[in-house]
Design a binder for this molecule. Sequence first.
Ligand code: GAL
Length: 346
Amino acid sequence: MGKYRMKAEKTVKSLVLGILMSCLCACGTAQSAEPDRIQLGAAYYNQNDTFLSQLDECLKEEISRLEKDGFEVTVTTRDAAGSQRTQDDQVKELIEAGCNVLCVNLADRTDPSEIIDAAREHNVPIIFFNREPVAEDMMQWEKLYYVGADAKLSGILQGELAADAIHADSRIDRNKDGIIQYVVLEGEPGHQDAIIRTESAVDTLKKKGIRLEKLSCGIANWNRSQAQNRMMQAIGQHQNQIELVLANNDDMALGAIDAYEKLNYTESALPVFFGIDGTDAGLQAVADGKLAATVYNDKEGQARAMAALAAALVSGEGMEEIEFVNGRYIYLPYYKADKHYAETGK
Ligand code: GAL
């Protein structure tokens, strides 16, 4: 083969390679110039709920962070104000408006079928959060996920915080009978976090050697003013006997404190109060010494998990990096939030 022919062949080869390469690069550019578009529809059972309104802020922040990863994002939020019917309609509207992933905080956690049907019909995956659907409903379709927290752990941590406080301060047992008289303020009936939190907090206290006497248990639906009313009733019935208040969330613990403030109780006659959530107001009350302690419900972690899952579902990439329980559940842990935590964030 002549020298020139070899050279010519080489040139042709490198030309072809060059064309191929530039074609490949161009294709690459064309793809990344069209970022994945996340159109997220977020449906809340009730945006007046303190914890959820703070979780919503975190979710918006996490979703907008995805822009840095090359996603184009929009979030549309709807508030069902407690009605499943309203939420069913809102979710259908979100789907009609082009949402390609849904985050649903069910109004009625036992009634997601209409939403699941509508989503399946349009092939829009759903990330349920905070209000866990029952297991059979999660089996209705393979594109259903859940992000939440381990309810049992929150009760255990609340029980441990209360047991430690009681062991450390004998003044909590004000009547010195060796038994702690307590009141429970419970969240919505039927909510996975309500029953489990109460049971595991009480069990933990008992396991830690605290003798308990339940004076009353009032349902206050996560709500501060309802808790204030329930607590006023309990105080009316039991006056100075109440030594401990276990509330399923911070807002209800704060409502209980409101009741005592309204009745002008002196500090030495107050019970100790424990909450769950670590909302801004809850942590402030812990820092102020009004709430003995709370348990941090990791809204930042939940929002991060929801955003990562939404991105993976829309782009079809990164699912393998997400750690699921039972294939489709993500549970974030809770943390103890005592005075030191409330003051320092550590
Ligand atoms: C719980 C939270 C409550 C309330 C409830 C609503 O996890 O502790 O404060 O937000 O969810 O479903």
